[in-house]
Design a binder for this molecule. Structure first.
Ligand code: ZN
Length: 195
């Protein structure tokens, strides 16, 4: 089973949903009013929602055979779901099985051992506590100094749209702008896959 996620996060890694717009609950309420998300999957958990009926007004599908499943069948890959991370105290790093080997910012060589000391794909990893060692120059490298294209996320708050394969769904500019109003920073998007 693969969990294919489109991840939305602020370009400023320190940005979290603004107090002035109601914080995370204000953001969730606005996304519900837009029908980007629907009802909570489990009323006891306020962070996992069914996709809303108008989610495709905010994300355009691209690729040769794009499909976005709105309905979830037990045993399928997670799809048709939107979830929200906690607001973390420290900046977190999230990568996927699709993340390509990054280059060392010190010596420019590929850091082939970069995953060895990290938690599993899709698990948030504290950038303050975790550093990786370059297998060429042996310098300790901060996760927030690694460069990925759209294959890893850095931030303190993330929105996950489950069921979108890498590069098969692109958030529309107007939607990103609107999210930015709640985050106090421009919002970007990327793709991570995991189990
Ligand atoms: Zn190096």
């Amino acid at each position: 089973m693969t969990d294919n996620r489109l991840i939305l996060t602020a370009t400023n890694p320190e940005s979290v949903p603004l107090h002035e717009t109601g914080g995370v609950s204000g953001l969730i309420q606005a996304l519900q009013e837009n029908d980007f998300i629907g009802s909570a999957v489990d009323p006891r958990s306020a962070y996992l929602f069914n996709s809303g009926v108008k989610i495709m007004n905010c994300i355009s599908l691209v690729g040769c055979s794009p499909v976005y499943a709105l309905n979830q069948n037990p045993g399928d890959d997670p799809a048709g779901l939107v979830s929200f991370s906690p607001v973390y105290d420290d900046v977190q790093f999230i990568y996927g099985t699709n993340s390509l080997t990054p280059k060392c910012p010190e010596c420019r060589e590929s850091i082939n051992t970069w995953r060895q000391s990290l938690p599993a794909p899709l698990q948030a990893c504290n950038t303050v506590q975790h550093k990786i060692k370059c297998d060429h120059c042996e310098k300790m490298i901060g996760l927030d100094s690694l460069r990925f294209r759209r294959e890893a996320a850095i931030g303190r708050f993330f929105i996950f749209v489950h069921g979108i394969y890498p590069h098969e769904g692109v958030p529309m500019d107007a939607f990103l702008d609107r999210l930015g109003q709640y985050m106090g920073s421009p919002v970007t998007y990327l793709y991570c896959q995991g189990k």
